[in-house]
Design a protein. Sequence first.
Length: 98
Amino acid sequence: HLWSGNQLLQYYRAYESTSTSSGKSGDLASFGLYLGYVRGAYELLVVSSDPIMCIDKSVTLKQVGDVVGRYMIDNPQQLKLPASFLVRKALKDAYPCK
């Protein structure tokens, strides 16, 4: 079944904890799951025939992951929605095409 935002948020929390642990080992599996999921969704959006976001090539995967994580934390009422929808919405809001 599809991941919900609740599932992705769990992985984001592990990603955030591992990213800030100053070299201490964290939950590397969840860290990888989060970044892998976000990257896959991001890449699908980038190659879409109907671009919904305009991200400069200088934006890093970490920045994209942080934007998605902040969106989930700031919009807890949407966590029951599919994770792919939340990634799309977060990136569309953060990097709109003008």
